[in-house]
Write a protein that binds this ligand. Structure first.
Ligand code: SF4
Ligand code: SF4
Length: 114
C-alpha cells in the first residue's frame, strides 16, 4: 500500500477520533508503560485546539502509533476518508466498523483518563 505524504503535515488531519473499548484499553496500557519523562513530554506539548491529544509535534507523527484507532489506520485509503494531499489513494469502500464506539479521543477521553 502506497504511503501517505504525512511528513510535514504536523497532525493536520489528526483531530478527535472515535474509539472502541478495546482500543481505549490498548492506548491506556501503552501510555501506562511509557517512561514518565516521555509520557509528560507528549502530554504537555502545546497543540492547537482541535489537534488530537496524542499527536507528537516534536516527532511530527502519531504519539501512540502502534495502538492508534482503526479510523486512523484507515484514513486516506477509503472513499469516505480522503486525504486531500493524496486523494487517489482513497479507493477502498466506505469504512464500516465492526465494534461500537464508546466515545471520542480528545473530547470524551482526555489525558486525565490515561
Ligand atoms: S493523511 Fe494526509 S492530511 Fe493527514 S497527515 Fe497524512 S498527508 Fe497530511
Ligand atoms: S491517535 Fe494518532 S493517528 Fe489518530 S488522530 Fe490521534 S495522533 Fe492522529
Amino acid at each position: 500500500m502506497e504511503a501517505l505524504p504525512c511528513q510535514g503535515c504536523k497532525g493536520l488531519c489528526c483531530g478527535p477520533v472515535p474509539v472502541t473499548e478495546k482500543e481505549y484499553k490498548m492506548i491506556h496500557k501503552k501510555l501506562k508503560a511509557l517512561p514518565k519523562k516521555l509520557r509528560d513530554d507528549l502530554k504537555n506539548q502545546p497543540r492547537m485546539f482541535g489537534t488530537c491529544i496524542f499527536y507528537d509535534l516534536h516527532k511530527d507523527q502519531c504519539g501512540i502509533h502502534s495502538v492508534r484507532p482503526e479510523v486512523c489506520r484507515a484514513f486516506g485509503y477509503h472513499k469516505d476518508l480522503v486525504c486531500f494531499r493524496k486523494p487517489e489513494l482513497a479507493t477502498k469502500e466506505t469504512l464500516t466498523f465492526k465494534e461500537t464506539h464508546i466515545g471520542y479521543l480528545s473530547i470524551d477521553f482526555t489525558w486525565k483518563h490515561f
